[in-house]
Design a protein around this ligand. Structure first.
Ligand SMILES: Cc1ncc(COP(=O)(O)O)c(C=O)c1O
Length: 375
């Protein structure tokens, strides 16, 4: 590890965020291979770096966006198709899957005839008033228990309200194209997917009976990244999803998914430098030059527990690793097993930091955050 990383540190300094595009391609290809019927709409929110969008676009990925800016970040790559190619259909490349969109955003995306999600009546009315060119996907609340980040308390219509919402949309002159859900991020309870697909199938078929022809089944994100050997195997989840989709939905249903972390989590490493050291109440505190307001923002927003490794061997003990800001909240972990004799100027290494890291970093306290390099 040291042999390859030390020259990079020498050239670029720290904190250094190393983004591996070959790994992104590999993860994308694994996703496609294991779920051959499912079109991948990469969730840009996981890491919106323009080079990631470019890499995935070149692989043939589609994209899930959550804001006008994310929409335009992707649209930039497809606008020439949109203008020239008669067979081009924007839904094939972008889904706007933030269920709540402000009026101005709806007004701005109206001209692109987008595919958008919704989960309540007020949103339907807003879409009718400001973006009536959109195709609609109804987001359902589904079980997300045990996932690293649960979603159901903020998003998703109760399944019991779904029929009425679909009918209401058609009554307003809008078209519901399909159903979506999200089983929670880093979902390790595969039963969540089984339950969600079954709920979605009931609603899908009920709508069919009423004469509303739905076509899209969007299974959201949540696919677990292999942060450690405890993570369940994606291949097993994919086999389950393939079997359930074949059993529950028509052969010509359009299956889509919005993986974020699965595509990018394992594609980045971070190197930080120890800038201070103190023993407080008996415990060693390593102060490093990146923290929870910056690349380790996932500790707060993503309930993520980072791993740390030192470049040097030594007798280890439980240490705290904390960020550089003058805020006491800026503690990355209070329980990293690290050598006790590390010194100011030594480096730490964190793997699997590609998702929900630089995407939610701030400039708090005037720190710029990590330098990003690509390979
Ligand atoms: C609507 C939606 N789709 C997809 C994702 C990506 O989820 P994950 O990174 O767990 O794959 C999220 C994450 O917040 C989301 O809100």
């Amino acid at each position: 590890m040291q042999n390859t990383l030390l020259p990079l540190i020498k050239e670029h300094g720290t904190p250094l965020f190393i983004l591996d595009h070959q790994k992104i391609r590999e993860n994308y290809r694994t996703f496609k291979k294991c779920l051959p019927r499912v079109q991948c709409y990469y969730a840009v929110k996981a890491n919106s770096h323009p080079e990631i969008i470019k890499t995935l676009f070149n692989e043939g990925s589609s994209f899930d966006v959550a804001s006008y800016n994310e929409f335009m970040q992707v649209y930039k790559y497809i606008k020439h198709f949109d203008k020239g190619d008669k067979n081009f259909f924007i839904w094939d490349k972008i889904i706007f899957s933030n269920t709540i969109k402000d009026r101005e955003t709806l007004r701005k995306i109206r001209r692109y005839k987008p595919l958008v999600t919704f989960d309540n009546l007020d949103e339907l009315k807003k879409i009718k008033d400001f973006c009536n060119t959109a195709g609609l996907v109804l987001r359902l609340k589904v079980p997300d228990v045990g996932s690293q980040v649960e979603m159901g308390s903020k998003f998703g219509a109760e399944p019991g309200d779904a029929d009425e919402l679909i009918t209401h949309a058609f009554d307003l002159g809008l078209t519901v194209e399909g159903i979506s859900f999200h089983c929670g991020s880093q979902c390790t309870h595969f039963d969540n997917y089984t339950a969600a697909l079954s709920i979605a199938s009931d609603i899908f078929h009920n709508a069919q009976k009423k004469g509303y022809h739905l076509n899209i089944v969007d299974m959201g994100g949540g696919f677990p990244a292999p942060y450690d050997d405890q993570a369940p195997e994606f291949e097993k989840l994919a086999a389950l999803i393939n079997a359930e989709c074949a059993r529950l939905f028509p052969k010509d249903a359009e299956l889509i998914a919005e993986p974020g972390r699965f595509i990018v989590a394992t594609a980045a490493q971070l190197i930080t430098e120890i800038i201070g050291k103190a023993r407080r109440d008996g415990k060693i505190f390593y102060y490093i030059n990146d923290g929870v307001y910056h690349t380790f923002s996932g500790v707060v927003y993503d309930h993520w527990i980072p791993n740390f490794r030192a470049f040097r061997q030594g007798k280890t003990e439980v240490c705290a690793v904390v960020g550089p800001t003058c805020d006491s909240f800026d503690k990355i972990t209070l329980s990293a097993q690290l050598p006790a004799d590390l010194k100011v100027g030594d480096y730490l290494f964190t793997e699997n930091i590609g998702a929900y890291s630089i995407a939610s970093a701030t400039k708090f306290n005037g720190f710029d955050g990590a330098r990003i390099i690509h390979r």
